[in-house]
Design a protein around this ligand. Structure first.
Ligand code: GSH
Length: 386
């Protein structure tokens, strides 16, 4: 009988965990932690055009799927705005709306960079705020052109959801926040802990994997969005709060007493975050990829929003090609030949984007770490513009 009840509880939890499309507010579960193998990652449970071409993507909310084969850039240009999917909850440093109603953040700046490349105007963006559960469906159905919402590139998502990831713009990893007075220093100190975690994310499975690998037990307290997850932790409902370290750093600023909390040293996963597009339009995918690469390359050349005009008279062949002064390299990806100049002029190179949102003059003062250029010990590397 006892075994039966446990099985029913386990089944219920799996259902809750799998209800990725569900919009109803879930009450936190206090069911025992599930082994990783029984908890499917939410996004793969979304209605996905798995093996079918993107053209057959199931319409959602009455929005017809758009034709798959090419033409995305022309459609965006004809519409006059880029539709960029961003986080619906405030994620300071990455995506927020300031007091004047202006969207700001690292992710927002990449939406702006794409609009700058397309329209020579970074403001030609229509932002579509999306929850973790909504984000991939919005991309699959063509409701958005690109998703830039702290979304981790994984094999399951890339392979099963009919999506493609552009180069990683922020190398992240999952972290754990605890109260300073808890005495917790490592995950091993968290055996039997309750942990606040958001559904529809890579976070849930990583948590289960990490605790299982260490032979630790925990009780997940699961919420459907970032705000309620953070609020529950802030109210003392959980011993720990786990998400991407970028999300934790960002959330810290929103807690009632940030100084009472700390983020543990441990990094529980790899979370390469970057823009995603719907599969089926190789030119659009290439354009987004090279827009991201242009921000890396501009930093490598030392070209900034302040000095880009000086470089327009450069006689260095590779810089002339990069800035579109010579050749017609960008034609093949459907962009104007000066797309890099447009991005740099309006939004800046990668370092400018990073520093503006996360650098020393921001509350985050986040070291570049893996997000430095390869020439500085990081992972950012652009293929040649030739
Ligand atoms: N990078 C992870 C986590 C992304 C994620 O959704 N993080 C949370 C916590 S920072 C978030 O953005 N929450 C805001 C919300 O969905 O309301 C993923 O792609 O699954």
């Amino acid at each position: 009988m006892r075994k039966h009840i446990t099985l029913v509880l386990a089944g219920l939890l799996s259902l809750i965990l799998a209800a990725c499309g569900g919009q109803a507010q879930q009450s936190p579960t206090t069911a025992p932690a599930q082994p990783a193998t029984t908890a499917p990652e939410q996004p793969t449970a979304a209605p996905a055009p798995t093996a079918a071409p993107a053209a057959t993507a199931a319409p959602a909310g009455g929005t017809p799927a758009q034709p798959a084969a090419g033409g995305q850039i022309e459609r965006i240009l004809a519409r006059g705005t880029l539709i960029c999917g961003v986080n619906n909850n405030p994620l300071p440093g990455f995506a927020t709306v300031d007091t004047a109603g202006v969207r700001r953040g690292f992710d927002v700046d990449f939406c702006r960079a794409i609009a700058a490349a397309l329209f020579d105007d970074p403001d030609k963006v229509e932002y579509r705020p999306l929850s973790a559960q909504e984000r991939f469906t919005a991309l699959q159905t063509g409701e958005i052109d690109v998703l830039i919402r702290n979304s981790t590139w994984t094999l399951g998502r890339d392979g099963n959801l009919g999506l493609d990831w552009a180069p990683t713009t922020f190398y992240d990893g999952q972290g754990m926040m605890v109260r300073k007075d808890s005495g917790i220093e490592t995950l091993e100190d968290m055996d039997g802990a309750t942990i606040c975690v958001q559904t529809g994310t890579t976070t849930e499975l990583n948590l289960a994997d990490q605790f299982r690998a260490r032979g630790l037990t925990f009780t997940p307290v699961v919420f459907p969005d970032g705000d309620s997850t953070r609020a529950a932790y802030d109210a003392g409902q959980c011993d720990g709060f786990t998400t991407d370290k970028s999300g934790l750093i960002s959330s810290l600023t929103l807690l009632s007493n940030p100084a009472d909390h700390k983020i543990l040293e441990v990094t529980m996963s790899k979370e390469p975050l970057g823009p995603a597009v719907r599969q089926g339009d190789a030119q659009w995918f290439d354009a987004v990829r090279w827009i991201v690469f242009a921000t890396f390359q501009a930093e490598e050349y030392g070209i900034t929003s302040q000095n880009v005009n000086d470089f327009l008279s450069s006689d260095v062949p590779e810089i002339r090609r990069f800035l579109g002064i010579e050749g017609d390299l960008a034609k093949g990806i459907g962009l104007s030949n000066d797309f890099a100049v447009r991005i740099i002029r309006h939004v800046g190179n990668y370092a400018e984007i990073y520093d503006r949102n996360l650098g020393p003059d921001t509350p985050f003062n986040l070291p570049r770490g893996l997000n430095a250029l390869y020439t500085e010990g990081g992972l950012l590397y652009s293929p040649p513009f030739r």
